[in-house]
Design a binder for this molecule. Structure first.
Ligand code: IMP
Length: 406
């Protein structure tokens, strides 16, 4: 069997979409295990750009089975919209190609409403994610399985009852519009119903049969609910453990790829020790087109932080690095990389020389300028993890695959 898990290793937006897009082409099964419509993975269908938020990236691969695991939170309305967008380009996955775990929790209009009013302090995506996970934990969540056993209306009513005192205090006029949204939500649920089932047996069978199974992570290690920069985190387990609790089927992950952007970005609030506030940060944002795929927000930019990456590698046992956006650094006279922290907790930097050559689509590692290679060597030595995939441009063919899982 070949299992490959692709995880973000920073604060999300590392370029996972390109990596999973590449790997999904050879996958028999692609499974998502955490997160929801807060993610945004840009993949390509011919010359067309498709941004997937909740659907696994194998939906464009003929014959691929796409599973949404129980660790995800599913927004039925957005998922139905995503399916409609795919249908518009002639891609119509049926239940044989797409399944949503009956154990996955649904993001309801109540969650989105409350997130819109209360999620601002940490800068959430406003997609109701944290509130869906919170209701799951306080046992007033609605599972996708409610679409199968006729309990949806009761479950929603109970959830609304739980939120009512807060709504009355903070938004007393919400009632009629919220009820209208619940009505729309219920209609979307009808469309989702055919895709809902227990996905564990078929994932287990695929693993036993030795299929190529790709686990598609969302967000990044530093947004992990437990291991990230709490409270400025998302509400799911973005590190490797989430892939087991989020699917319910054990497998030893053979290839554990960390997607690492050649510098660091963050959207939303929270600590960012290597952040650049001045012109270099603005320059990086412009070079890397650093605006959120889901919300369009400008991303905060800074130097690569190996100290944090080392911690992420410890948590998830990375076997390889998929390094992205190396080309965005071309032309910078020198590059700084945080290697550790001083006694006050401030980053300690190493300074490496930059390169002026254009490296877009470099055909091999050997074709890279010596200083670019030195930058890569520095990263692998410091982390003790080899580079498995190197992306040197936005196009699919501007990628070097040094260690292919399949
Ligand atoms: P939430 O996931 O919408 O609850 O937002 C919690 C934090 O995670 C915020 O700082 C978001 O900006 C961040 N976040 C959530 N999803 C992503 C993502 O896909 N990329 C980058 N940041 C994300």
């Amino acid at each position: 069997m070949t299992t490959c898990i692709v995880m973000g290793s920073q604060w999300g937006d590392e370029g996972k979409g390109k990596v999973v897009d590449l790997l999904a082409r050879g996958a028999d099964v692609v499974v998502r295990f955490q997160g929801g419509a807060n993610a945004g993975h840009t993949i390509w269908h011919g010359q067309r750009k498709v941004v997937l938020h909740q659907l696994p990236s194998g939906v464009l691969t003929p014959g691929c089975l796409n599973l949404v695991g129980n660790g995800s939170v599913v927004d039925p309305e957005r998922l139905v919209e995503e399916l409609a967008e795919l249908a518009a380009i002639g891609v119509r996955p049926g239940p044989d190609a797409l399944a949503v775990s009956s154990l996955a929790h649904l993001v309801t209009p109540i969650h989105k409403w409350v997130d819109g009013l209360a999620g601002g302090h940490i800068g959430t995506t406003g997609r109701g994610i944290g509130f869906a996970y919170a209701d799951k934990a306080r046992r007033v969540g609605v599972r996708a399985g409610a679409l199968l056993d006729g309990t949806l209306a009761t479950a929603i009513a109970q959830q609304l009852e739980q939120h009512q005192p807060w709504l009355d205090a903070h938004d007393p006029g919400a009632g009629p519009e919220l009820l209208r949204r619940i009505e729309l939500f219920t209609r979307a649920c009808d469309q989702l119903r055919p895709f809902v089932r227990d996905i564990r047996p078929e994932l287990h069978d695929a693993l036993q049969a030795g299929s190529n199974v790709l686990y598609e992570g969302a967000q990044g290690a530093l947004l992990d609910l437990d291991h990230g920069t709490y409270p400025f985190v998302t509400s799911s387990s973005t590190a490797i453990g989430g892939a087991l609790t989020g699917t319910g089927v054990y497998t030893p992950f053979e290839h554990r790829f960390a997607v690492v952007k050649a510098y660091t970005t963050r959207v939303g609030n929270g600590p960012f020790p290597t952040e650049l506030h001045g012109p270099i940060g603005e320059d990086l944002r412009a070079r890397g087109h650093e605006y959120g795929a889901t919300t369009g927000r400008p991303r905060r930019c800074g130097w690569l932080d190996l100290h944090l990456l080392r911690e992420a590698a410890r948590t998830s046992g990375y076997s390889g690095i998929a390094l992205t956006k190396l080309d965005c650094l071309s032309g910078l006279p020198e590059l700084r990389v945080a290697t550790g922290r001083d006694a006050d907790g401030q980053p300690v930097y190493a300074t490496l020389p930059g390169w002026s050559e254009d490296i877009l689509g470099a055909p091999s590692l050997e074709a890279l300028p010596a200083n670019a290679r030195a930058y890569l060597d520095f990263i692998t030595e410091q982390l003790g993890v080899p580079i498995s995939i190197l992306s040197t441009g936005p196009d699919r063919d501007q990628t070097l695959v040094l260690e292919a899982p399949w």
